[in-house]
Design a protein around this ligand. Structure first.
Ligand code: FAD
Ligand code: SF4
Length: 327
């Protein structure tokens, strides 16, 4: 591992007064990347003791500090009660030991698990811009079917971020000059385009301070993760769904997909088709077919083009109690 300086942030207000460096939270992704020499920061700024580790109930919503661990967030009574899709997504990720260390901010900004990104002997535009993408002609079973580019077909690996996207959470940040921003979770990550080395919209040195969960989320919520093993495995495909059913019609429909794109994929086209309609198996299929109209496989991952909509439809059926034969 390359030598680096270590600093500790005392409070978010102290940000502008201290040395710049890469933020270190739980370290469960960053330290691995440093050991493999994929990331080689000159300095780390430890943000775990800067007072950003509380969950505060606001006027009906929740303000989650960026250093709240995945375990603490998943088990908080208000999260389990009002945001079960988030609790369930968090608990489907990694292992108990990892969740005890992993933080809310770090989970959002964890990097892709594309195997070529981690193998420094292979071409990867995300790790070494301009070097090519070995996944295009290589093993791409886990890769993107939506929003990919000829430069990168990686997916974002987080389960939590998929639930946050479906819940319309808002990410709060602070820059080194003290300026603060509120970024919708759906707009935090970017599609790869011709700059796959840039994962998200944060500026250099911009710190995630907290994440806001909205007031009055939809009542019916579920997260389903399809994976190769029952635990300790990233999603092949996942779906976070939240909606209300009032007077027999679907309202506030929110659907986000994981494992299909460089960012959590909000299924806006499907949402629009379902909003205000009566639930039916035929409508669910039609809405997800429309959502997947531009999906493109890379060979090994072609199966996801059917698996992703089927996963969403299965969750929609469960939540609305529509059976196979209901029309
Ligand atoms: C074996 C294994 C299995 C896993 N399985 C899953 C899984 O199934 N699902 C899943 O979702 N995840 C999984 N993970 C990933 C794990 O959830 C992430 O590594 C973890 O959430 C990252 O959080 P952290 O606090 O450790 O971040 P760190 O490793 O400390 O940081 C990650 C990145 O975020 C940046 N960062 C951290 N905090 C901030 C902040 N407040 N502001 C700005 N930048 C910040 C860091 O600079 C770094 O670039 C797995 C990890 C391992 C090792
Ligand atoms: S898919 Fe992206 S991360 Fe994977 S090798 Fe290609 S450029 Fe690198």
């Amino acid at each position: 591992m390359k030598p680096f300086d270590y600093h500790r942030l005392a409070s978010e207000e102290a940000l502008g007064k201290m040395e710049a460096g890469r933020y270190l939270a739980g370290g469960t992704n960053l330290i691995d990347l440093m050991k493999h020499q994929i990331e080689t920061p000159d300095a780390l700024v430890d943000v775990t003791r800067a007072g950003m580790d509380t969950i505060t109930e606001t006027d009906g919503g929740l303000m989650v500090g960026s250093q709240v661990t995945n375990t603490d967030l998943a088990s908080h009574p208000a999260v389990r009660r009002d945001y079960p899709v988030l609790s369930s997504a968090l608990l489907s990720g990694a292992t108990q030991q990892l969740r005890n260390k992993a933080t809310t901010g770090g989970n959002f900004l964890q990097r892709t698990r594309c195997q070529y990104f981690y193998d420094t002997t292979r071409a990867c535009n995300k790790r070494a811009p301009g070097s090519g993408c070995d996944a295009l002609e290589g093993l791409n079973r886990y890769h993107a079917i939506l929003g990919a580019s000829e430069h990168c077909i990686a997916v974002h690996p987080s389960d939590m971020a998929v639930a946050m996207a479906a819940l319309d959470a808002v990410v709060h940040t602070r820059k080194r000059d003290g300026e603060t921003r509120a970024i919708p979770a759906t707009e935090l990550h970017r599609l790869p385009g011709d700059r796959p080395d840039i994962d998200h919209v944060l500026e250099d040195g911009e710190l995630i301070t907290s994440v806001e969960l909205p007031v009055r989320p939809p009542r019916l919520q579920a997260y389903r993760k399809v994976r190769d093993r029952a635990s300790y495995a990233f999603a092949v495909v996942s779906a976070a769904v939240a909606l209300d059913v009032d007077d027999g019609r679907m309202r506030n429909v929110r659907i986000a997909l994981g494992g299909v794109a460089h960012k959590p994929w909000r299924a806006s086209r499907a949402e629009e088709m379902l909003e205000g309609q009566q639930p039916s198996a035929e409508l669910f299929d039609r809405a997800m077919d429309a959502e997947m109209a531009e999906a493109k496989g890379q060979g090994h991952n072609d199966f996801k083009i059917r698996l992703a909509p089927r996963t969403v439809v299965a969750v929609l059926r469960d939540l609305t109690e529509v059976t196979e034969n209901d029309e």
